[in-house]
Design a protein around this ligand. Structure first.
Ligand SMILES: Nc1ncnc2c1ncn2[C@@H]1O[C@H](COP(=O)(O)OP(=O)(O)O)[C@@H](O)[C@H]1O
Ligand SMILES: CC(=O)N[C@@H](CCC(=O)OP(=O)(O)O)C(=O)O
Length: 260
């Protein structure tokens, strides 16, 4: 089986043009088939602000009413996605920008209303990994925006960490998959205020301990839940690392590697 690297790049890096350019240069230089999933939550919040639309996040998920859905569709599916695709083209990577609706790649279902009404937020139902494999075989590099679609034809806002995990898991049918979450810190930290406290190997038991102690919190919790889910479902290797250390993470094991 061919290997495939699925990489997710987070919103804090996307919001910093210099850091994004550095990351994309390293991404472009990685050998072999690869695929990028991007976030952009920070940019969406800034654009919503300018339009007078208030942002509400609950457990790391954006409450997405119709005006907010319009914003995230424009920001993720348009602005951020196309800027990344253009930069990759300039780096000689033939990138193809996609939302989950494009080529029917990621189908979702509107999150049912329980205690909280998230609005137009999608929980992933099905990934068409055969279609993604088809793009890869044409030597195209898919770049996914965190937008999915429903069977009824609605666009849905979907967390980018979840999207990367779901795509990686389904690609296991075709490839030996490595999943790498890149963000602005050096990995999962024992102490979030100390950038030199990287946990080299994280097991579910250690994760539970650090979470209970409050050392792993906020956005890192849904990220790790998605990351462990990928490891449990056939992804060979899952790494969380700094965007600048992507090349070393692939080759030399920097950052945090998840263990089952
Ligand atoms: N133990 C930890 N190690 C590293 N980051 C942590 C930790 N606990 C909480 N965090 C926070 O999690 C954030 C990453 O989650 P999130 O903002 O969702 O990432 P992304 O930008 O990749 O989507 C970091 O910016 C950091 O503030
Ligand atoms: C439903 C939901 O919360 N979707 C996310 C999608 C973007 C994202 O995940 O961006 P980062 O990776 O930069 O956080 C949001 O709108 O913030």
């Amino acid at each position: 089986m061919d290997s495939l690297i699925v990489i997710k790049i987070g919103g804090n890096v996307i919001d910093d043009p210099t850091a994004l350019k550095r990351f994309l240069t390293v991404f472009a230089g990685l050998a072999g088939p690869k695929l990028l999933v991007h976030g952009g939550g920070k940019v969406a919040t800034q654009v919503a602000d300018k339009l007078g639309i208030e942002t509400t996040m609950v457990e790391g998920r954006r409450i997405t009413d119709q005006p907010m859905l319009d914003v995230v569709t424009m920001v993720y599916g348009g602005l951020v996605n196309k800027q990344i695709v253009a930069k990759l083209q300039a780096l000689d990577i033939n990138a193809i920008g996609l939302t989950g609706a494009d080529a029917g790649t990621v189908l979702a279902k509107k999150r049912p209303v329980k205690d909280i009404d998230y609005g137009m937020v999608g929980d992933i139902e099905e990934v068409d990994s055969g279609q993604i494999q088809f793009f890869l075989r044409q030597s195209l590099t898919p770049v996914f925006a965190p937008i999915t679609y429903s069977a009824a034809g609605d666009l849905l806002n979907t967390n980018a960490d979840t999207m990367a995990s779901a795509i990686a898991v389904d690609m296991v049918r075709h490839n030996t998959v490595t999943l790498i979450y890149c963000f602005e810190k050096k990995g999962v930290l024992k102490d979030p205020t100390d950038d030199n406290s990287v946990i080299n190997e994280l097991t579910p038991a250690l994760y539970a301990d650090y979470k209970a102690a409050g050392a792993i919190n906020k956005g890192m919790i849904p990220k790790l839940d998605n990351a462990f889910k990928a490891l449990e479902n056939g992804v060979s290797k899952v790494i969380i690392c700094h965007a600048d250390e992507l090349a070393n993470a692939v080759n030399q094991g920097v950052g945090t590697t998840l263990k089952s």
